[in-house]
Structure formats: C-alpha cells, structure tokens
Design a protein around this ligand. Structure first.
Ligand SMILES: Nc1ncnc2c1ncn2[C@@H]1O[C@H](COP(=O)(O)OP(=O)(O)OP(=O)(O)O)[C@@H](O)[C@H]1O
Length: 312
C-alpha cells in the first residue's frame, strides 16, 4: 500500500528526513514512533502529497506521488496534527463540504456522510457547531473528514493528542475498528497507544528509520541484554566482586537492605543468565530469596533504539 524508497526532505536550515525507505502492506496497522523533531510529520505530509520530496520516490496504492498526486490523494485520508476544521460550520455541513471537495459524487454524498458519522460516533451531533464541540468530538470530526471519501489508506498524525483518558480510549477503539477496513499509519508519542493498536512499529530518529518490526521482535532484539535483580545473604564487596567475575555479568547497583539482605542489580549480556547467578549463590553458600529478570517495556526498547549511536 505504501512504498517509500530513498526519500529525503530538506528544509532550508535542516535535513528533516534522510534517505528513508519502508513499506506498509495493505491491511496493516503501523505505528510511527519517534522523538520530537524526528521527522514523523514531515514524512506523513510527503506521503499524503502535501509536501514534495527532494529525492526518492513514494508510491501509494501503486501510484507515484510526484507523477499522480490526484490519484494518491483520492486513496488517502489524512488527519493532520492540528486538524484545520471550520469552527463556525455545523458538523453535517462541514462533512458534506469536505466530501464535495474530495470528489464524492453528490448522489452518494449524504449516505457517505451518514456512514462516517455513524462510524465515528457523531450521529447525535450532526447539527452542532464545530467550534462548540469538545476537543474529543472535534477530533472525531477530523477522523470522519479523513475517511469521508472512503480512502484505502488512513494517515493519522497524533490522533489522540490533547484528549482526556476517556476520549483517548474511545478514539483508539475507533481506530482499531477502522483498521478492519483500511490500512492505517499512525504517529504517536504515546507508547501504550502503539501497544494497544498497532501490529508493527516503525521507529524514526533524526530523520532515519532505525527500526521496523513487531513489538515482540523489537523486544527480542533487546533481550540480548537484560537486567537481573537478586537478593542474597552475603557480604557486599565480596558478592559484587564474585558476580562481576562471571563472564557476561556486571553489577550495576548494590544495596544493603534494612533487614540485612543484599540487593543486587546485575546487567547480563544475554537473556536467561539467572542460572549462572543461582549456581554462584549455591557454590558460595549464599541464601537466595529473589532472582528475577526484568521484562523490557516498549519504553525501554524505544529509548535504546533511538539512542544507539552507531545507527545515527
Ligand atoms: N516548515 C519547516 N521549516 C523548517 N524546518 C522544519 C519545518 N517543519 C519541520 N521542520 C524541522 O524538521 C524536523 C522534523 O520535524 P517534524 O515536524 O517532521 O518532526 P516530528 O517527528 O513530527 O516531531 P514532533 O513529534 O515534535 O511533532 C525538525 O527539526 C523540525 O524543526
């Protein structure tokens, strides 16, 4: 559905997107993650034909964005970061206006508007003035707008930004529902959002794609190093020395607990090195009451991937 090949975008004072390539398959729901200024919005604007590329090619639904921008726009629904609604218009009026701008035939326009209103939970507010709606509802109007021409692909830039937790949940459910019929590329800062709705994650950092995989596989890449916590009855200095002497294990933190036990935080080069620590405790005659490996959160994964120096 999306094929980006070697795309670069330079603003006068800044290289925002640096030779990126990635693909999104039909029917996928892909999360686009990256720190502030990483290049997410720039990429999304190029994908939707709002910003020209400097070099490289973008194909959407088989059409080249530079050569056939109209064909691409017809097949893409875009929810920009700050959706430019007309605050003085009523919801129905606005959606009909947008549908006509997007070339929806007048004979089916009313039906299309009703359909997207229903999908976005807007049926009750059709007669309301947009400027008087809550932010959550305005966001739904933006979503309804992005899909009123029945696009194959939805590109959503931070769809839940500024919403309260209840609205966030509703908009997420809506997106999950939309993904049954559309391919979705969605940018967000909220990692739980990606965990909750996306099948695959693309991570962009300083204008470059630094990861593209399922959440599970991204975690797996990082399982190569893990953190183990242990609590033993042992003398601090000697325990640190003996643990650190084991290959692939290094003590990061040590604390003598109030009840006399020693807590150690150990960095392991590989997953499942707890058994080495268990064997050491047995060999040294240390009583052991805790030996656990920390699971990486998506946040750890994100931080590690976006701070890997060699990939910059
Ligand atoms: N119109 C512009 N003119 C000049 N520089 C720009 C323009 N738009 C974006 N930039 C710069 O390009 C880089 C990428 O910006 P972009 O908005 O694509 O990042 P982003 O990942 O969407 O960030 P955020 O998460 O903060 O929205 C940033 O350094 C930004 O300052």
């Amino acid at each position: 559905m999306i094929k980006v090949s070697g795309v670069t975008k330079k603003y006068p004072a800044r290289l925002a997107v640096d030779n990126i390539s990635f693909e999104v398959n039909r029917g996928e729901i892909v999360g686009f993650l990256g720190p502030n200024g990483a290049g997410k919005t720039t990429t999304m604007r190029m994908l939707t034909g709002y910003l020209p590329v400097n070099s490289g090619t973008i194909e959407v639904a088989g059409f080249d964005i530079s050569r056939e921008p109209q064909e691409v726009r017809r097949r893409v629904g875009y929810l920009p970061e700050s959706c430019p609604l007309y605050p003085e218009m009523r919801v129905d009026e606005y959606l009909k206006f947008r549908a006509s701008l997007k070339g929806v035939k007048s004979s089916i326009r009313r039906n299309k508007v009703n359909e997207v209103k229903e999908l976005c939970g807007l049926t009750e507010v059709g007669k309301r003035i947009i400027g008087q709606l809550s932010k959550g509802y305005r966001q739904r109007v933006g979503l309804a707008d992005s899909m009123v021409h029945d696009p194959d692909l939805l590109v959503l830039d931070e769809p839940t930004v500024g919403l309260d937790p209840f609205q966030i949940r509703q908009v997420r459910e809506l997106i999950t529902h939309l993904a049954e019929r559309h391919t979705v590329l969605l940018s967000t800062h909220i990692l739980q959002e990606v965990e909750a709705i996306c099948e695959r994650i693309l991570i962009i950092n300083e204008g470059r794609i630094v990861a593209s995989d399922t959440e599970e596989n991204l975690h797996r890449q990082l399982q190569a190093c893990s953190i183990i916590e242990m609590e033993i009855m042992a003398e601090k200095e000697s325990a640190i020395e003996k643990v650190s002497r084991l290959e692939g294990l290094d003590v990061r933190n040590a604390n003598e607990l109030a009840d006399g036990w020693l807590w150690l935080e150990v960095e392991a080069d590989a997953a499942s090195m707890r058994v080495e620590l268990y064997n050491l405790a047995v060999a040294e005659g240390w009583a052991l009451r805790e030996l656990s490996e920390q699971q990486h959160s998506l946040e750890d994964t994100f931080v590690q991937i976006t701070s890997r120096k060699e990939e910059k």
